[in-house]
Design a protein around this ligand. Sequence first.
Ligand SMILES: O=C(O)[C@H](O)[C@@H](O)[C@H](O)[C@H](O)COP(=O)(O)O
Length: 253
Amino acid sequence: MAARRVVVFPSSAELGPVLAHLVTSQAEKAISSRGRFTLGLSGGSLVSMLSKELPVLPDLDCSKWVVGFCDERLVSFDDPESTYGLYKNQLFSKVNIPDCGILAINSCLPVNECAEDYTCKLKEAFPGDSFPVFDLLLLGMGPDGHTCSLFPGHPLLEETEKIVAPISDSPKPPPQRVTMTFPVVNSARCVAFVSTGGSKAPVLKEVLEAGEGSGFPAARVLPTSGELFWLVDEPAAASLTIQVERLGSGAKL
Ligand SMILES: O=C(O)[C@H](O)[C@@H](O)[C@H](O)[C@H](O)COP(=O)(O)O
């Protein structure tokens, strides 16, 4: 595994622009070497952060982006709980990602079929990869240590074969979701967690300081050969005793 970087910002106001720069610099790198940029999005506070920061970047060109979802709630796209629906209204409407470059679930299907359908879409978008290799996955972490829709103690944590798994007993509503599995997450070239707020402090300490032994799903995100960033704010970092980097808004990672 490549080295992990834990970077602490005074608040999410300083973190946002640095995250946007990470996204665009990974995009440039990917497009110049492979002709496209594959990005996996998560919900939560990432939606508003990315929607605020990306569209204001001068000369942002997303015409070669392919965007998937690290997990998705199985609700219709016009439901306020739909991660796709939120991104559509807040981000996709403002940047030029081609419609064919957005890999969304089919929310009309029952959960098992929905996961199979999304698996097919990912396989088509990543021909030849046994697990899709995304250039960048953006992840959040809940105060319970979940990431994607991989929840503490859930059997899906042990999934080794599927690319996408259905879940119908999510402890966090809505109960029906589809999620990328750890083999996909850990195949990515770069993974960046964004975690802010004091409610994350105890779990962040466990995840970063006890690692996999903590048992928290977020601690199992250890890209096999990719980079791993933890971008956090001071309140989330309040209990950390490990060495961290401290950066402000003009910084580049
Ligand atoms: O599907 C969900 O229920 C959310 O998307 C959830 O998984 C979220 O990503 C994390 O709880 C982190 O949330 P924050 O980004 O708000 O910290």
